[in-house]
Design a protein around this ligand. Structure first.
Ligand code: MLT
Length: 325
């Protein structure tokens, strides 16, 4: 039955596509954010959805659908009608790491979507609660190795960015912490502020405010160069852990079969949003890396997804094996 429905939807999109696209959008568009409100994916989504709404002439309504490291929401988005009225904000976790960690993943990141474009690159920061008795990365590493499984390590669900970059850090350091899953790193950060969790590896856009307020301890940023948003935060290389260089990205997808003319309208609206002065300032202030030129659009995103799945699959399988030893 489902195959028949998909076939009918595909034929509709094929024949009705041009007519559908001509006036698209004629009603509000839902953007699924596969994590809890307030975290990095939600922050990026709301930041780009506002100007996109202006350029599309219809409101983009954010719907937070959390669970299973973001794969619950992305699965719902992949199965939505391909008519342009349901899109989703995926990222390096849902569309890069997930296949390695979910043997029965209900979607193929490289085949089941119409990629719209990258919204932002998001460098990863190793961050701890103020209760962690360390003032730099080496101090944190020494503490974490001594704590072992007494260290509470927050993440946003198996396969999320915070989970995949977290197990990578642990496996590099030979640490076996206690993993504490959340529906997003927004809620995880709240618990870090109160000292209920000790550390996590999270996307910069979620952390800049709390780091600048001195409410959490940032130990290093895992990019080759420092972030202009946090000029005093050393890179992992400067702090003696050069092998740990990881960055995430957030990107907009539509379901496979969405008419090309609609995909093009959405890609154009996203690109215009990334050129919007207010959006650019807010993204810069949060340490996001704005894609420019050839980094934008469907083809670039499709290429990124294929390369990220290929890159993360062996890395995570090895990290997971190391964690089980
Ligand atoms: C993650 O993958 O860790 C998510 O981006 C966290 C979030 O957006 O809440």
């Amino acid at each position: 039955m489902k195959k028949l429905l998909v076939a009918v939807a595909g034929l509709t999109a094929l024949f009705a596509g041009p007519a559908l696209a001509q006036n698209y959008p004629t009603e509000p568009v839902t953007m699924i954010v596969p994590f809890a409100a307030g975290g990095p994916t939600d922050i990026i989504a709301r930041l780009v959805a506002e100007p996109m709404s202006r350029f599309l002439g219809q409101q983009i309504i954010i719907e937070n659908v959390a669970g299973a490291g973001g794969t619950t929401g992305i699965t719902r988005g992949a199965e939505a009608q391909p008519n342009g009225y349901t899109i989703m904000m995926g990222h390096m976790g849902t569309h890069g790491a997930a296949p390695a960690l979910y043997p029965n993943l209900k979607y193929n990141p490289a085949a089941d979507f119409a990629p719209i474009g990258v919204a932002a690159g998001t460098p990863i920061i190793i961050v701890g609660s103020k209760k962690v008795p360390a003032e730099d990365l080496q101090g944190f590493i020494a503490w974490a190795k001594k704590q072992g499984d007494k260290a509470n390590h927050a993440h946003a669900g198996v396969g999320s960015v915070s989970h995949s970059t977290g197990i990578l850090l642990n496996s590099m350091l030979g640490i076996k912490s206690t993993y504490i899953p959340y529906t997003g790193t927004g809620p995880a950060l709240n618990d870090m502020l109160s000292g209920q969790v000790d550390y996590m590896t999270d996307q910069i856009v979620n952390l800049v405010g709390q780091i600048n307020a001195g409410a959490v301890k940032a130990f290093a940023i895992a990019t080759p160069k420092r972030s202009p948003a946090l000029p005093n935060l050393p890179t992992t290389k400067e702090a003696g852990l050069g092998g740990y260089e990881v960055s995430a990205w957030n990107a907009v997808f539509a379901p496979k079969g969405t008419p090309q003319a609609i995909v093009d309208k959405l890609s154009d609206a996203l690109s215009k949003a990334l050129d919007d002065a207010n959006a650019r300032k807010r993204l810069d202030d949060l340490g996001a890396v704005i894609p420019e030129g050839a980094e934008r659009g469907s083809a670039a995103l499709q290429k990124l997804v294929v390369s990220e799945v290929a890159r993360w699959t062996p890395v995570l399988k090895e990290a997971m094996a190391a964690q089980k030893k």
